[in-house]
Design a protein around this ligand. Structure first.
Ligand code: ATP
Ligand code: MG
Length: 181
């Protein structure tokens, strides 16, 4: 499984529909300060279910909607779609491509979530990605803040992060749950 494409429309600085294609392997995103690099990783986290406005660097969720510029009026809707290549069925659904979409309307703060263009609940997206290690609290996205947390943490905490990254943590959690029962 890998992230094949991101489509953004009305999300932060991406006023017009923008499509970013990725190949398997490592991709670097470079550009001058303020050009929108971090907005791309915000978009990824947003679709994967990020609910913390602060970690999306705003004060309201509607701050993710393009808010206008000198020559463009603000948008009323933000929409981001992540397209994953799922030929290896790493995600537990029988599709070669999985499209996850999140939309937000300015007018009523109404959110919409879609899997392969079918409306769904946020929970459906969260459940789908939980076992892939892509979840909101996973270490699949490491911000600058995470790096200093990692460097400053105690050995046991650091071990926990390795376990999370290696995919062991979820089995430990399940084991604890079954012992408790
Ligand atoms: P740096 O190299 O400094 O980290 P960056 O490439 O990561 O920069 P971003 O933080 O992704 O830059 O983008 C910041 C830009 O996005 C700013 O110019 C800001 O005005 C713009 N921006 C953020 N939210 C919105 C919005 N809702 N509408 C329009 N523009 C926005
Ligand atoms: Mg940045």
């Amino acid at each position: 499984m890998y992230l094949k494409r991101i489509e953004l429309h009305g999300f932060k600085s991406f006023a017009d529909k923008s499509v970013i294609e990725f190949q398997p392997g490592i991709t670097g995103i470079v550009g001058p300060n303020g050009c929108g690099k971090s907005n791309i990783s915000d978009a990824v986290r947003w679709v994967l279910g990020e609910q913390s406005v602060k970690s999306l660097r705003g004060s309201n969720m509607s701050d993710v909607i393009f808010n206008g510029s000198e020559d463009r009026k603000a948008q009323n809707v933000a929409e981001v779609t992540l397209v994953f290549d799922n030929e290896d069925r790493f995600m537990n659904v029988d599709y070669n491509e999985v499209e996850l979409t999140r939309r937000l309307y300015r007018q009523n703060n109404e959110a919409e979530y879609l899997i392969n263009k079918e409306p769904c609940r946020l929970k459906d997206i969260v459940d789908l990605i939980m076992d892939t290690g892509l979840g909101r609290d996973s270490l699949s996205i490491i911000s600058q803040g995470n790096i200093s947390t990692f460097a400053d943490s105690k050995p046991e905490e650091r071990r926990g992060m390795f376990e999370e990254a290696a995919g062991v943590a979820k089995y430990k959690k399940r084991k604890l749950e079954s012992i408790r029962k």
